[in-house]
Ligand binder design. Structure first.
Ligand SMILES: N[C@@H](CCC(=O)N[C@@H](CS)C(=O)NCC(=O)O)C(=O)O
Length: 218
Protein backbone atom coordinates (compact mmCIF):
# COMPACT_ATOMS: atom_id res chain seq x y z
CA UNK A 1 0.00 0.00 0.00
CA UNK A 2 1.47 3.34 -0.96
CA UNK A 3 2.01 5.63 1.99
CA UNK A 4 1.00 9.25 1.81
CA UNK A 5 -0.10 12.18 3.86
CA UNK A 6 -3.43 12.21 5.65
CA UNK A 7 -6.25 12.96 3.26
CA UNK A 8 -7.79 16.34 4.10
CA UNK A 9 -11.40 15.81 5.07
CA UNK A 10 -12.53 18.97 3.36
CA UNK A 11 -11.52 17.74 -0.09
CA UNK A 12 -14.15 17.81 -2.80
CA UNK A 13 -17.69 19.10 -2.87
CA UNK A 14 -18.94 20.50 0.38
CA UNK A 15 -22.08 19.49 2.23
CA UNK A 16 -24.91 20.11 -0.14
CA UNK A 17 -28.56 19.39 -0.06
CA UNK A 18 -30.20 17.69 -2.99
CA UNK A 19 -33.40 19.70 -3.39
CA UNK A 20 -36.03 17.48 -1.85
CA UNK A 21 -33.78 14.43 -2.16
CA UNK A 22 -31.68 12.82 0.57
CA UNK A 23 -28.46 14.38 1.81
CA UNK A 24 -25.66 11.99 0.88
CA UNK A 25 -22.17 11.68 2.32
CA UNK A 26 -19.75 9.16 0.83
CA UNK A 27 -16.78 7.87 2.82
CA UNK A 28 -14.25 6.35 0.46
CA UNK A 29 -10.57 5.59 -0.06
CA UNK A 30 -9.00 6.14 -3.49
CA UNK A 31 -8.58 2.81 -5.30
CA UNK A 32 -10.40 0.75 -2.63
CA UNK A 33 -13.72 -1.10 -2.91
CA UNK A 34 -15.44 2.21 -2.36
CA UNK A 35 -14.49 3.26 -5.90
CA UNK A 36 -17.62 1.47 -7.18
CA UNK A 37 -19.85 3.63 -4.97
CA UNK A 38 -17.91 6.71 -6.03
CA UNK A 39 -18.58 5.90 -9.69
CA UNK A 40 -22.27 5.42 -9.00
CA UNK A 41 -22.71 8.78 -7.27
CA UNK A 42 -21.27 10.32 -10.43
CA UNK A 43 -23.52 8.19 -12.64
CA UNK A 44 -26.66 9.33 -10.82
CA UNK A 45 -25.37 12.90 -10.90
CA UNK A 46 -26.72 14.12 -7.56
CA UNK A 47 -24.88 16.35 -5.08
CA UNK A 48 -23.00 14.52 -2.33
CA UNK A 49 -20.48 15.29 0.33
CA UNK A 50 -17.11 13.71 -0.28
CA UNK A 51 -15.26 12.20 2.70
CA UNK A 52 -11.96 10.59 1.74
CA UNK A 53 -10.42 8.38 4.42
CA UNK A 54 -6.82 7.25 4.58
CA UNK A 55 -6.58 3.52 5.35
CA UNK A 56 -2.80 3.92 5.60
CA UNK A 57 -3.25 6.36 8.43
CA UNK A 58 -5.84 4.15 10.09
CA UNK A 59 -8.67 6.65 9.78
CA UNK A 60 -11.11 3.77 9.27
CA UNK A 61 -10.49 2.78 12.90
CA UNK A 62 -11.40 6.12 14.44
CA UNK A 63 -14.30 5.82 16.91
CA UNK A 64 -16.27 8.33 14.85
CA UNK A 65 -15.96 6.22 11.68
CA UNK A 66 -16.51 2.93 13.53
CA UNK A 67 -19.80 4.34 14.75
CA UNK A 68 -20.84 4.49 11.08
CA UNK A 69 -19.18 1.29 9.90
CA UNK A 70 -18.56 -1.21 12.70
CA UNK A 71 -16.06 -3.20 10.59
CA UNK A 72 -13.96 -0.12 9.83
CA UNK A 73 -14.18 -0.59 6.06
CA UNK A 74 -14.94 1.66 3.13
CA UNK A 75 -17.35 2.54 1.67
CA UNK A 76 -20.06 3.98 3.86
CA UNK A 77 -22.85 6.10 2.43
CA UNK A 78 -24.61 8.28 4.97
CA UNK A 79 -28.18 9.01 3.89
CA UNK A 80 -29.80 11.86 5.82
CA UNK A 81 -27.60 10.94 8.77
CA UNK A 82 -28.16 7.18 8.55
CA UNK A 83 -25.17 5.02 7.53
CA UNK A 84 -25.44 2.34 4.84
CA UNK A 85 -22.50 -0.07 4.46
CA UNK A 86 -21.41 -2.71 1.90
CA UNK A 87 -20.74 -1.87 -1.74
CA UNK A 88 -23.60 -3.94 -3.15
CA UNK A 89 -26.19 -2.37 -0.83
CA UNK A 90 -24.98 1.17 -1.57
CA UNK A 91 -25.09 0.54 -5.31
CA UNK A 92 -28.57 -0.94 -5.04
CA UNK A 93 -29.80 1.99 -2.94
CA UNK A 94 -28.46 4.60 -5.38
CA UNK A 95 -29.85 2.76 -8.41
CA UNK A 96 -33.30 2.48 -6.81
CA UNK A 97 -33.34 5.96 -5.32
CA UNK A 98 -32.35 7.58 -8.62
CA UNK A 99 -34.06 5.44 -11.28
CA UNK A 100 -33.61 8.04 -14.02
CA UNK A 101 -29.95 7.00 -14.19
CA UNK A 102 -31.11 3.59 -15.49
CA UNK A 103 -28.64 1.57 -13.43
CA UNK A 104 -30.93 -1.43 -12.96
CA UNK A 105 -32.61 -3.31 -15.77
CA UNK A 106 -36.42 -3.40 -15.80
CA UNK A 107 -38.09 -6.49 -14.37
CA UNK A 108 -37.68 -8.43 -11.14
CA UNK A 109 -35.82 -11.33 -12.70
CA UNK A 110 -33.28 -9.12 -14.49
CA UNK A 111 -32.74 -7.18 -11.27
CA UNK A 112 -32.21 -10.44 -9.40
CA UNK A 113 -29.48 -11.27 -11.94
CA UNK A 114 -27.79 -7.96 -11.13
CA UNK A 115 -27.90 -8.88 -7.42
CA UNK A 116 -26.61 -12.35 -8.29
CA UNK A 117 -23.60 -10.82 -10.04
CA UNK A 118 -22.92 -8.47 -7.14
CA UNK A 119 -23.16 -11.32 -4.62
CA UNK A 120 -20.67 -13.32 -6.71
CA UNK A 121 -18.37 -10.28 -6.98
CA UNK A 122 -18.44 -9.55 -3.22
CA UNK A 123 -18.31 -13.10 -1.92
CA UNK A 124 -16.13 -14.83 -4.53
CA UNK A 125 -14.06 -12.36 -6.55
CA UNK A 126 -13.28 -9.93 -3.76
CA UNK A 127 -12.36 -12.59 -1.23
CA UNK A 128 -10.27 -14.58 -3.77
CA UNK A 129 -7.49 -12.11 -3.02
CA UNK A 130 -7.06 -13.77 0.37
CA UNK A 131 -6.52 -17.23 -1.11
CA UNK A 132 -3.50 -16.81 -3.36
CA UNK A 133 -2.79 -16.18 -7.01
CA UNK A 134 -3.91 -19.55 -8.35
CA UNK A 135 -7.31 -19.17 -6.75
CA UNK A 136 -7.56 -15.56 -7.98
CA UNK A 137 -6.86 -16.66 -11.56
CA UNK A 138 -9.42 -19.50 -11.35
CA UNK A 139 -12.20 -17.28 -9.96
CA UNK A 140 -11.58 -14.58 -12.57
CA UNK A 141 -11.72 -17.26 -15.29
CA UNK A 142 -15.23 -18.06 -14.05
CA UNK A 143 -16.13 -14.35 -14.16
CA UNK A 144 -14.82 -14.06 -17.72
CA UNK A 145 -16.89 -17.05 -18.81
CA UNK A 146 -19.98 -15.80 -16.98
CA UNK A 147 -19.74 -12.44 -18.76
CA UNK A 148 -19.08 -14.05 -22.13
CA UNK A 149 -19.17 -11.86 -25.23
CA UNK A 150 -22.10 -9.75 -24.00
CA UNK A 151 -21.59 -6.03 -23.68
CA UNK A 152 -22.93 -5.74 -20.13
CA UNK A 153 -23.38 -8.24 -17.30
CA UNK A 154 -27.20 -8.30 -17.29
CA UNK A 155 -28.19 -7.08 -20.73
CA UNK A 156 -28.15 -3.32 -20.15
CA UNK A 157 -25.54 -1.25 -18.32
CA UNK A 158 -26.11 -1.61 -14.57
CA UNK A 159 -24.59 -1.42 -11.10
CA UNK A 160 -23.34 -4.99 -11.63
CA UNK A 161 -21.00 -3.68 -14.36
CA UNK A 162 -19.66 -0.98 -12.07
CA UNK A 163 -19.01 -3.44 -9.25
CA UNK A 164 -17.32 -5.88 -11.65
CA UNK A 165 -15.25 -3.15 -13.29
CA UNK A 166 -13.90 -1.88 -10.00
CA UNK A 167 -12.44 -5.23 -9.01
CA UNK A 168 -11.10 -5.97 -12.49
CA UNK A 169 -9.57 -2.47 -12.67
CA UNK A 170 -7.71 -3.39 -9.49
CA UNK A 171 -6.75 -6.87 -10.69
CA UNK A 172 -5.10 -5.69 -13.91
CA UNK A 173 -3.09 -3.14 -11.96
CA UNK A 174 -1.91 -5.70 -9.42
CA UNK A 175 -1.38 -9.07 -11.10
CA UNK A 176 0.61 -9.86 -14.23
CA UNK A 177 -1.91 -11.56 -16.50
CA UNK A 178 -1.07 -13.49 -19.66
CA UNK A 179 -2.15 -11.51 -22.74
CA UNK A 180 -5.74 -12.39 -23.63
CA UNK A 181 -6.27 -14.25 -20.35
CA UNK A 182 -9.64 -12.62 -19.76
CA UNK A 183 -10.65 -11.24 -23.15
CA UNK A 184 -14.31 -10.65 -22.20
CA UNK A 185 -13.43 -8.78 -19.02
CA UNK A 186 -10.76 -6.84 -20.84
CA UNK A 187 -13.27 -5.63 -23.47
CA UNK A 188 -15.73 -4.78 -20.67
CA UNK A 189 -12.99 -2.79 -18.92
CA UNK A 190 -12.39 -0.79 -22.12
CA UNK A 191 -16.11 -0.02 -22.43
CA UNK A 192 -16.26 1.08 -18.80
CA UNK A 193 -13.25 3.37 -19.22
CA UNK A 194 -15.20 5.33 -21.84
CA UNK A 195 -17.85 6.39 -19.33
CA UNK A 196 -17.76 9.94 -18.02
CA UNK A 197 -18.59 8.86 -14.45
CA UNK A 198 -15.69 6.40 -14.43
CA UNK A 199 -13.26 8.96 -15.82
CA UNK A 200 -14.38 11.61 -13.32
CA UNK A 201 -14.00 9.21 -10.40
CA UNK A 202 -10.52 8.18 -11.53
CA UNK A 203 -9.58 11.83 -11.95
CA UNK A 204 -10.66 12.65 -8.39
CA UNK A 205 -9.20 9.54 -6.77
CA UNK A 206 -5.86 9.64 -8.59
CA UNK A 207 -5.46 13.31 -7.62
CA UNK A 208 -5.89 12.30 -3.98
CA UNK A 209 -3.46 9.37 -4.38
CA UNK A 210 -4.41 5.72 -4.50
CA UNK A 211 -4.25 3.46 -1.48
CA UNK A 212 -4.32 -0.08 -2.78
CA UNK A 213 -4.58 -2.87 -0.22
CA UNK A 214 -1.91 -5.59 -0.69
CA UNK A 215 -2.41 -8.26 -3.37
CA UNK A 216 -0.71 -11.70 -3.34
CA UNK A 217 2.16 -12.13 -5.76
CA UNK A 218 2.22 -15.93 -5.71
N1 LIG B 1 -17.67 -6.33 2.21
C1 LIG B 1 -17.24 -4.96 2.15
C2 LIG B 1 -15.74 -4.96 1.87
C3 LIG B 1 -15.17 -3.60 1.84
C4 LIG B 1 -13.66 -3.66 2.00
O1 LIG B 1 -13.06 -4.74 2.06
N2 LIG B 1 -13.02 -2.51 2.08
C5 LIG B 1 -11.59 -2.47 2.33
C6 LIG B 1 -10.87 -1.72 1.24
S1 LIG B 1 -10.93 -2.57 -0.31
C7 LIG B 1 -11.35 -1.72 3.64
O2 LIG B 1 -12.03 -0.79 3.93
N3 LIG B 1 -10.37 -2.15 4.41
C8 LIG B 1 -10.04 -1.48 5.63
C9 LIG B 1 -8.91 -2.11 6.33
O3 LIG B 1 -8.33 -3.02 5.75
O4 LIG B 1 -8.61 -1.72 7.44
C10 LIG B 1 -18.00 -4.23 1.05
O5 LIG B 1 -18.35 -4.84 0.05
O6 LIG B 1 -18.24 -3.02 1.22
Amino acid sequence: MAGRATIPHDFGPQQVTCGSGPMLTLYFTPGASSMAAHIVVHEVGVPYESRPLSLTNGEQHSPAYRALNAEGKVPTLVIDGRPLTEVAAILYYLARQFPAAGLLPPGVEAQAHAISWMSFIASTLHTARLQGLEHIRAMWKIADQKLGAQEWAVGSYSIADIHLFKLYWRLVRSVKLEPGAYSNLSAHHERMMQRAAVRRTIEIESALGYELPAFPTS
